[in-house]
Design a protein around this ligand. Structure first.
Ligand code: MN
Ligand code: MN
Length: 471
């Protein structure tokens, strides 16, 4: 009996050789890896709290890059291998490059992630008064389940641009001493009709009005005096008037801080993991990259949640233009550089949720704590609208990650006909580069509080770092 217990059966040995290892990811890594993951995520939580919108993420990234020796890119300058530069695109997207030993001659290594997250944007004329309450009209940004947004504390973030050319930065609701805001909901006692409606009808875009004040301005008997009171407070604090809302990017985001989640503190609950949970590891990988073989470019882009249109989104030419500038400096043509370039599109995937098991196909889902998830293709309805990484490129990425001992898994976004979604991978693939999605599995994606595992965040950093330094 003793021998049998020690020696694995032929079937067990063959299984080990031929089957995918399905052990829990936490059992596949060392205790040091777990410690490093926990340490890595401490600053990640701080990043989440200070980078809720893309503009704040850009400020954080540039400051971190400058501290790590990056300088602002100037296309008229010559750069040497090992030099580190960044490009700030309108304060809403940023690229960081580490010039490689071979420059762009063998293509570039790309890591791309997005720094915008679903939220409620203020309409151009947001402020109105109704029945002695002042409210903001909003237009939601990205794919949200609208019922999740009422009755949670909201904070206002963004900028107001004045005609004189100055920008006013607004952040209200994050400090413990700040007021917060909220969208109200109907009490259950009076919700008989609401509760009988389908969710898309019960909560629509025009219900997402944010309560911002209730007291009138002094004792004058003017109309709209609660609205006047709001404008008076804003003018006193920030110096802008109602008309200045017309030239503003103002966003309501959950006024929640990133927190450890679970008795074991293995997870993080926070707003905006999608896709800061990949943007932060990508940023850290960029900062830790020294003298790579090929030039490494990390892109933190905007607009992904609304389709990547616009000059700060991945459909813009800003990345291709930058690569063209780097190529030209090396005496190369951009198209020849792009053809040889490889990219990890760092975005989240849906983690398997046992409570909603019927939405997933368990064999091909990603799971919390099983490491960075590689998503060969996204899209929907028969692989529509996705780049689908080639077998050869998948093999290359597998080799890089396995050689470096990175914990990773694969995942598809739910059941084949269950819905779908895309990432920015396809836009880079359309440049004629090789791309695959790699990122962190997320529970409750696009909700005001999303959940990730610390181990997966750290492994996504390691995956990007190893990809950047691989030959
Ligand atoms: Mn995303
Ligand atoms: Mn998303």
């Amino acid at each position: 009996m003793e021998n049998e217990a020690k020696e694995k059966s032929q079937a067990a040995q063959l299984k080990e050789k031929l089957f995918i290892n399905k052990k829990n990811g936490c059992r596949k890594v060392s205790s040091d890896d777990i410690i490093r993951a926990d340490e890595f995520c401490e600053e990640y939580k701080n990043f989440l709290d200070h980078a809720k919108i893309e503009r704040e993420a850009v400020i954080y990234a540039i400051e971190a890059a400058q501290n790590a020796g990056f300088t602002e890119y100037d296309h008229t300058m010559t750069y040497e291998p090992g030099d580190k530069v960044y490009v700030n695109n309108r304060g809403k997207a940023v690229m960081l490059a580490v010039i490689g030993k071979n420059g762009t001659h063998n293509g570039v290594r790309l890591g791309i992630a997005h720094i915008d997250s679903p939220r409620l944007d203020l309409k151009p004329k947001p402020l109105y008064e109704a029945n002695d309450l002042a409210l903001f009209k909003t237009h939601y940004y990205g794919g949200i389940k609208k019922y999740q947004w009422p009755t949670i504390p909201l904070a206002l973030h963004g900028v107001v641009a004045l005609k004189n050319g100055s920008n006013i930065t607004v952040t209200i609701g994050e400090d413990e001493s700040d007021p917060c805001f909220c969208v109200t909901d109907l009490l259950p006692h009076l919700a008989v009709e609401q509760m009988s409606q389908v969710m898309t009808k019960a909560f629509n875009g025009e219900h997402l009005n944010v309560l911002v004040a209730s007291r009138p301005f002094n004792e004058d008997e003017e109309s709209e005096s609660v609205k006047l009171n709001v404008l008076s407070i804003l003018f006193e604090k920030y110096g802008f008037a109602e008309e200045d809302f017309l030239s503003a990017d103002l966003h309501m985001v959950p006024a929640l801080k990133a927190r450890d989640l679970g008795f074991d503190r293995s997870m993080i609950g926070a707003y905006g993991h999608d896709d800061k949970v990949c943007a932060y590891p990508a940023l850290m990988a960029a900062l830790d990259t020294e003298m790579p073989d090929s030039t490494v470019i990390t892109v933190l882009t905007d607009r992904e949640e609304i389709g990547s249109d616009g000059n700060t989104g991945m459909k813009s030419t800003f990345l291709a233009d930058f690569i063209a500038d780097l190529a030209q400096a090396d005496g190369e043509q951009a198209r020849h550089v792009l053809r040889k370039s490889t990219c990890l599109s760092a975005d989240v995937n849906a983690a398997y949720d046992p409570t909603y098991a019927s939405a997933f196909e368990a064999n091909n889902s990603s799971f919390i704590n099983n490491g960075a998830v590689i998503t060969k293709y996204t899209g929907s309805g028969g692989k529509y609208s996705t780049s689908d990484a080639s077998a050869e490129y998948m093999a290359k990425v597998r080799r890089i990650l396995d050689d470096a001992g990175v914990l990773w898994q694969t995942g598809e976004l739910g059941k084949v006909d269950g819905g779908g979604g895309g990432t920015i991978a396809k836009f880079v693939a359309n440049y004629n580069a090789d791309v695959v999605d790699l990122g962190v599995p997320v529970l409750s994606m696009h909700a005001p509080m999303e959940v990730v595992s610390k181990l997966d965040v750290y492994m996504t950093y390691r995956a990007l770092f190893e990809f950047y330094r691989a030959e």
